[in-house]
Design a binder for this molecule. Structure first.
Ligand code: SF4
Length: 414
């Protein structure tokens, strides 16, 4: 029997609630260069399809921040910017519109910089994860605790950062105290959960993000991650989780999802339906089409991943990891299998065409369905795509305005 979940405050990472009574969420991290917008979006879609509720991308350089400005409006899940040493990258990521920041207190140590970020995050209502890591602990704390990253040292690091945030009246925070050593990680989170509860006026602490850092390749990495995360979850500790594997991050997302399902903390998923968030390029009501597609496909119990995308300009490419998908444009639906357009159908037949193709895909397999593609479908699709690009311009999401702001922020915040 697991212990009841410990009560924590709720924060909102974009559309995903973390803490409070929210379901435990799954996170993963892209390993593409964030400046490579297309590759990063394709990986984000693959992670979302594998079960990630939230995805983190590194924001280590100005071109990464500019990439985030172009990624965020098109991501199917909220994006967390991972910031390391340069506080200007946190400010730039906020300008890019990210839904959360992750700061490592061991890396950004100047109190003025920390408070500048916290103030900006507070004004924009963007939460922050204080991500303490045993491998990059502030050297002063390391020395104070006898040259070792102990559970007490990790918790103290988080508390110091929290105090800076409190100075600017910002508390929209989740916390992690990760270590690659599993017993240390477990001790640190237990101590953190107790400390936050004891020090909170209402006895309710900040939500916790669980993870065993640098766990290595599977299977050992999976075992280490599971040992740490599952132990804490069984004690009622933890609001969001991430496996850190030396592997394709899709494995991280899948493992996270499977662990939560195995522990009865999330419902089992049959159909994997992913849908784009809809943005300046959308040509249809994505939410309605996704709902229609979901009810039609769920009734069939087909074990596949399906993407519903708002436009043909980017849809098939962004969701190329999905087994099958549909994208809308010029009053037509582009049906694609593994990112390749196989048929173009009238818009009002999109859902039915998707259902028919999904059945055939399950029966015949990907290769057979690609071979059965309508001749000329790809050329017709490309024509629609080019026409839309001309009609909408290349910056339908006004991302370039954000990029200009990011350039100003990084110049001015030196
Ligand atoms: Fe991506 Fe197109 Fe959907 Fe916008 S409308 S999020 S570009 S698929």
């Amino acid at each position: 029997m697991s212990a009841p979940r410990r009560k924590t405050r709720r924060i909102d990472v974009g559309s995903v609630a973390v803490g409070g009574a929210a379901p435990v969420s799954v996170q993963s991290m892209t390993i593409t260069k964030t400046a490579d917008v297309d590759a990063t979006l394709a990986q984000i879609y693959a992670l979302a399809g594998a079960g990630a509720d939230i995805v983190r991308c590194t924001c280590n350089r100005q071109d990464a921040a500019e990439g985030l400005a172009r990624i965020v409006p098109r991501s199917p899940v909220p994006i967390v910017a991972d910031v390391h040493n340069d506080h200007r990258m946190a400010l730039a990521a906020l300008e890019a519109g990210v839904q959360c920041l992750r700061l490592n207190p061991g890396n950004i140590r100047n109190p003025a910089h920390i408070k500048a970020i916290a103030s900006e995050a507070r004004d924009r209502k963007v939460p922050v994860r204080i991500g303490v890591n045993a491998g990059s602990l502030d050297s002063k704390l390391y020395e104070k605790y006898g040259g070792k990253a102990t559970a007490e040292a990790l918790v103290e690091s988080a508390k110091i950062e929290l105090a800076y945030f409190a100075e600017v009246d910002f508390s929209d925070v989740k916390i992690s105290v990760k270590a690659s050593n599993v017993p240390l990680m477990i001790d640190a989170y237990r101590l953190l959960a107790d400390t936050l509860e004891q020090e909170s006026p209402d006895g309710v602490g900040h939500p916790l993000h669980l993870g065993v850092t640098e766990a290595g390749p599977p299977p050992a990495g999976l075992i280490k991650g599971t040992a740490g995360i599952a132990t804490l979850l069984a004690e009622g500790i933890g609001d969001t989780i991430r496996y850190s594997l030396t592997a394709d991050p899709v494995e991280e997302a899948r493992a996270g999802r499977q662990l939560l399902e195995a522990m009865g903390l999330r419902e089992r998923k049959g159909l994997d339906l992913i849908a784009c968030p809809s943005c300046g390029r959308a040509e249809i009501d994505v939410i309605q089409v996704a709902k229609d597609a979901q009810s039609a496909l769920e009734a069939e119990k087909l074990p596949i991943q399906v993407a519903v995308m708002g436009c043909v300009v980017n849809g098939p490419g962004e969701a190329r990891e999905a087994d099958i998908g549909i994208a809308a444009g010029r009053k037509r639906g582009h049906l694609f299998v593994k990112g390749k357009v196989v048929r173009v159908v009238p818009e009002d037949e999109m859902v039915q065409a998707l259902l028919d193709e999904a059945r055939l895909l399950v029966e015949e397999g990907v290769e057979a369905r690609l071979a059965a593609a309508d001749g000329g479908a790809a050329a017709e699709a490309e024509k629609d795509r080019q026409e839309l690009l001309v009609a909408q311009g290349s910056d339908a999401n006004a991302s370039e305005q954000r990029v200009e702001l990011i350039r100003k922020v990084t110049e001015n915040a030196g």
